[in-house]
Structures are given as C-alpha cells and as structure tokens.
Design a protein around this ligand. Structure first.
Ligand code: ADP
Ligand code: GN1
Ligand code: MG
Length: 364
C-alpha cells in the first residue's frame, strides 16, 4: 500500500503535503507526515509496526492506549500539558487506535513539536533531565494496574533466557561467523554465571515486579529544543511488567557512552562516570521514594547487566544473520556488540564508584 493511502485512513487535520522517513529507531519504520491546515503546518508521526517482532499488534496497541490514557490523567492532575508530555494516538477514520492494513499494522501519533531525540548525551544537564523523566515515568506508573497488560515480548529482559538464545545461535552458527568473533564469544561465556541474577531476585520477590518502559534509550525521551528539559517519554511498545533495574540500566547503557552505540573506533567509546552521576541524580529525584533500598543497592549491577545483555543480543543477531535489528552494513551488529562490551568492562572496573554515587543521591 502506498503511504499516502495509509495516512488518509487516519483522522488528520488538514491536507497531506509530505510524508518522509524519520528517526533512528532499530525496530519500527517511522515517517513524518506534514499537513497543511489553512496555512499552518500540522505534523504527525506515522509508524509501521514491526509485526515480525510485535506479533500481536492488537495486544501491543491496547497496552499503549491504556498506558497513555492513564498518563494523560496523571499529567492533567499535575497541571502538565497532556498533549506534549505523553504520546497521543490519532485514531483511524473509523475510530480504531491503529490500522490493520493489507501489508502490516500502522499507527499515528501527534508530533511533539520543538523537541529533539538525542543519539548521544550532549550535556550533563540534559542527561540529568532524561534521568528525571525516566525515574518519574516509573513513579507515575506505580499505581497502574498491570493485570490488563499484554506481555508484548516474552522474557524481554530475562538475561538468562537471552543467554540461552545466544548459546543456540552459537551452536547453530548458521552464517559461519563464530570463528571470526571468538573474543566476543569468550566475553559472554566468562560472564554466564551472572545472567540469572536479576531474574532470580524477581522470582523470589527480593525486588518488585513493576510496570516499566523496558527500552529507556536516550533517544526515547524527547527533549525540548528550546530549554533542554525533557518533555515526553516515547517508544512505548515494550511497556510490560519488569524491573526498575531494567529502566535505569538501559538508560545508563545508552546515555553514558562517550561514543555512539555503533561507533567503530573503540577508542572513542567508554563509560562516562560524570554522566552516570548526572543521570542517577535525575533518576533518583524523578522516582522519589518509589524505590526500595534493595533496588537501590542493585542499580549499578542493573546498568552492567542491561549493557551486557544488549551486547549479547547484538552478537546473537550477528551470528543469526542480522534478522532482528535494522542494520546498515554487514558488520553493524558486531560493531554495536563491541561498544557494549567495552562499556561493560569499564563499568566492572568502576562498580564501587558507581555504588557510591547511587547512595549519594538515594532518598530511601
Ligand atoms: P523505534 O521503536 O523504531 O525506536 P520510536 O517510537 O522510538 O521507534 O520512534 C523513532 C523516532 O521518531 C524517535 O527517536 C523520535 O526521533 C521520533 N518520534 C517518535 N515519536 C515522536 C513524536 N510523537 N513526536 C516527535 N518525534 C517522534
Ligand atoms: C531497540 O526500538 P529501539 O531502537 O528504541 C530494542 C532495544 C535495544 C535497542 C538497542 C523492541 O530499541 O531493546 O536495547 O534497540 N527494542 C526492541 O539500541 O527490541
Ligand atoms: Mg526508539
């Protein structure tokens, strides 16, 4: 189906003028729609949902609908702006929250104007703000009833399960790539014992299962291009029951890197403890007292685990022939894996300092 015909099936204001690819996501395909509305331009984000990964679009979209409606009420109660501080779905002309088209599932969000999604933390202040946004996100969802939430991707942050999938990919070695990545494989195997750590703590209820975002990459929070303040947490596909350690950890993974996630020159990649401090300060302030002392004491482990898990997922995908993450060249997943493992090694060396920082800003 051509994009314009898809866009026309949503309740857009004005006449569609332009549709073009947008953003840097690894999963969905995102487009910007521009409409002319009596001389003013109204913009929207159109996304083709990756239904190879999100196989139940209905369950996924119901999650997003209920979470964004819930957040909307909270934002209104806090005197915030519900049209900017959470995602707003635009319905289809027949009132549905997404379009089940012949070639896939599509949704439209209102475009949050005057914001940017950063691939790299530009300043400590901006990253502290992102920390506040993600901490506050966990806090806002603290009393959200998770019983109606659909588990979009089973075992998404179950690192032990991710390890098993890695071993399967290694055993199969379908692309005959294993021999060329022995160092990376050894890096994973040496750390196999830690993979079930967080999973076990959730299972034996040492740490609570919460409603979490699960993909707290820096570019999943829109930052005001005018003030540098965080405006809106986006990319709500993976909202599911999870651990606070996942949300804190994944943000540290993506935002405390001195280089890009796919920087081929590893001398530019490293863990920035100053940025860690900024994010932690913001996160602790955002989450307030909605965190237990046990969770707090595991936050640096969460950062190491999420970074390790992500690197292992990139390596698994490389071994499997790049079937999951969007890649732009044949070694892309391997390059990404290496940046993650460099970060893991750095964090392992700085673990005590990280713990000190976490305790410094703790409110519990
Ligand atoms: P993916 O799951 O592929 O990462 P995202 O939902 O994160 O997809 O969207 C990709 C990019 O599109 C974001 O990083 C951001 O730049 C932009 N984007 C998404 N939604 C909006 C929105 N409502 N307003 C402005 N920009 C948006
Ligand atoms: C994907 O959708 P996006 O690009 O924000 C992935 C995350 C990874 C991330 C690595 C649904 O995130 O889990 O951490 O890439 N999302 C999914 O950059 O797998
Ligand atoms: Mg995203």
């Amino acid at each position: 189906m051509v994009l314009i015909d898809i866009a026309k099936q949503f309740k857009l204001e004005g006449e569609i003028k332009n549709i073009e690819p947008y953003g840097n996501g690894h999963i969905n395909t995102t487009f910007l729609i521009e409409c002319d509305n009596n001389g003013t331009t109204t913009r929207y984000v159109l996304q083709k949902i990756n239904t190879n990964i999100f196989t139940n679009a209905d369950g996924l979209m119901n999650n997003i609908k209920s979470v964004t409606s819930f957040l909307r009420e909270k934002i209104i109660a806090n005197n915030g702006d519900p049209d900017r501080e959470t995602l707003n779905l635009v319905p289809t002309v027949d009132g549905k929250c997404y379009l089940n088209g012949v070639d896939g599932a599509y949704r439209v969000y209102k475009f949050v104007e005057d914001t940017v999604a950063l691939q790299i933390a530009e300043s400590k202040e901006v990253f502290e703000g992102a920390g506040f946004a993600f901490g506050n996100f966990v806090k806002m969802l603290n009393d959200f009833d998770a019983s109606g939430l659909f588990e979009v991707i089973k075992n998404f942050h179950n690192t032990a399960d991710r390890f098993n999938k890695f071993i399967n990919a290694l055993d199969k070695d379908s692309q005959k790539r294993a021999d060329s990545v022995r160092d990376e494989i050894d890096f994973v195997l040496k750390r196999s014992a830690m993979c079930d750590h967080i999973v076990n703590l959730i299972e034996n209820k040492t740490i609570p299962l919460r409603v979490t975002h699960n993909d707290t990459k820096l570019n999943n929070v829109l930052i005001s291009s005018k003030t540098g303040r965080p405006i809106c947490v986006i990319d709500l596909d993976t909202i599911m029951p999870g651990s606070l350690l996942y949300d804190f950890g994944d943000a540290i993974r993506s935002g405390c890197n001195t280089g890009l996630e796919d920087e081929p020159d590893l001398s530019k990649v490293g863990f920035d403890i100053g940025l860690f401090e900024s994010f932690t300060k913001g996160f602790m302030s955002g989450v307030g007292n909605c965190i237990t002392a046990v969770e707090r004491d595991l936050m640096s482990l969460g950062a190491i685990m999420m970074t390790f898990e992500c690197g292992m997922r990139f390596l698994t995908d490389y071994l499997e022939g790049d079937v999951y993450f969007k890649t732009h060249y044949p070694e892309h997943n391997l390059v990404r894996c290496r940046t993650q493992f460099k970060m893991v090694a750095d964090m392992e060396n700085l673990r005590d300092k990280m713990d000190e920082i976490v305790r410094k800003y703790s409110k519990v």
